[in-house]
Write a protein that binds this ligand. Structure first.
Ligand code: GTR
Length: 416
């Protein structure tokens, strides 16, 4: 009897370990069938743009909201903007720098955030703009000592944390290059919208919405939904800016912000280009490949990112009614670009590529160009159709090479 109990206990341990083991072996990727992009929930084939826009697209948006990212409330939160600084002469005179305080309020409670913007001085007309969150504060994106610290930063980082240092992620924001190419750039610290710790939800914009915290329903939004909502509020502000061409707004998000950028781009059609940089699980990567990070692992490590319903798919990734090629397709006919890094296996570069590839049928429905081959391209050979993709050498990061590709892609679609 003892032996049998011992054997059962051993089997349970083996099974649990096997479940949590990360797969980096292509030959162990399970055979999978992706949910059909062009078949409605009622089994009907989608063959026209009209059917896609009226029937299938709303169905998919609803599935992603209820099962993955959570529902974004319809309630409107009051937002005011205050220009804190404006310097028409930054970067040796080639740009204007602005810092703008956003105050989100529900009448009882306020949350503040700071947007940092650089606008090129040379073009006389309106300019296109890249929007994107930074991870370590606006002060981390440049050495400029006039950049203000985010109000929330003291909540997320201890006073002696190295992230208080200026410019530590300036490599991810090649402002000079962006300005030289004639683009404006607008960035905000993502902690301002939802400080990235589960216990800090009370300091997030979610806490301003009616019903909080009583109504934490299984399909309710969490951090990724909040970050996506926040990037739309940045667009609201950009639309008030005379120098900004609001028909040419691109969003670029890295990693967890790549996930949020895709969700923002799927929901808000004002983003005309959506760029996912190394976004991985819950971003561009196909869940069903179970390569690198999986649903169970991401929900365990980041319980505050996705809605509670998403936990039903822990270790049952193939039961999720959607997969990420469908999220990318929701961006059509607007342009989308997915980027991977060769050594970033945790994010499953091949899975990121394949979802961009499998989004193709919706782009083709619009008569647009998609990715032709399911063979991942060579390093540094970007694909620049209406869907773009590249894989570069190196690790999980945003590099100058990534930005060069995004600027080329934006030139192709915004400047012709
Ligand atoms: C990792 C996480 C990834 C990705 C990354 C990041 O720890 O597992 O899904 O989001 O963080 O945002 O840098």
């Amino acid at each position: 009897m003892k032996k049998i109990i011992g054997l059962i206990a051993w089997l349970v341990v083996v099974c649990l370990c096997a479940q949590n083991e990360v797969n980096y072996n292509e030959s162990k990727v399970p055979a999978y069938i992706l949910p059909d992009l062009l078949e409605g929930n009622n089994g009907e084939k989608i063959t026209s743009i009209e059917q896609w826009e009226k029937q299938r697209r709303p169905e998919l948006l609803e599935l992603f909201a209820s099962q993955v990212y959570g529902q974004t409330p319809d309630a409107k939160i009051d937002v005011t903007y205050e220009l804190l600084t404006e310097d028409p002469n930054v970067m040796d005179g080639k740009a204007t720098g602005k810092q703008v305080k956003f105050t989100f309020s529900n009448g009882n409670k306020k949350i503040e955030a700071i947007l940092l913007m650089y606008i090129p001085n040379k073009p006389t007309g309106k300019v296109p703009v890249f929007v994107g969150y930074n991870f370590k504060g606006n002060h981390s994106t440049t050495l400029d000592t006039t950049i203000l610290y985010s109000p929330v930063f003291q909540l997320v980082k201890e006073p002696d944390h190295p992230d208080w240092e200026r410019g530590i992620q300036s490599n991810r924001w090649c402002y000079d290059k962006i300005i030289d190419r004639g683009y404006a750039v607008a960035t905000m610290c993502y902690h301002d919208i939802f400080p990235d710790k589960p216990e800090l939800k009370d300091h997030s914009i979610i806490s301003l919405f009616p019903g909080y915290p009583e109504t934490i329903a299984p399909g309710e939004w969490q951090a990724i939904g909040a970050w996506a909502w926040g990037s739309s509020r940045i667009v609201d502000f950009l639309e008030t800016q005379e120098k900004i061409d609001s028909d040419k707004i691109a969003i670029m998000g890295h990693s967890r912000q790549g996930k949020a950028a895709l969700w923002a781009g799927a929901r808000d059609e004002r983003f005309r280009i959506v760029i996912s940089n190394d976004s991985g699980c819950g971003g561009a990567a196909l869940f069903r490949r179970k390569f690198g990070e999986t649903i169970a692992v991401i929900n365990k490590n980041f319980p505050h990112w996705f809605c509670e319903n998403f936990r039903q798919y822990n270790d049952r990734d193939e039961m999720l009614p959607v997969d990420q090629h469908q999220l990318i397709a929701l961006i059509a006919p607007r342009k989308v670009y997915v980027a991977s890094a060769e050594e970033d296996l945790w994010a499953d570069p091949r899975g990121e590529f394949l979802s961009a590839y499998h989004a193709g049928p919706v782009y083709r429905l619009y008569g647009l160009t998609a990715i032709d081959s399911d063979k991942i391209p060579q390093l540094h050979k970007p694909i620049m159709e209406d869907i773009g993709y590249h894989i570069r050498a190196g690790e999980h990061d945003v590099t100058e090479y990534d930005w060069e590709c995004y600027l080329d892609f934006a030139d192709k679609h915004f400047k012709n």
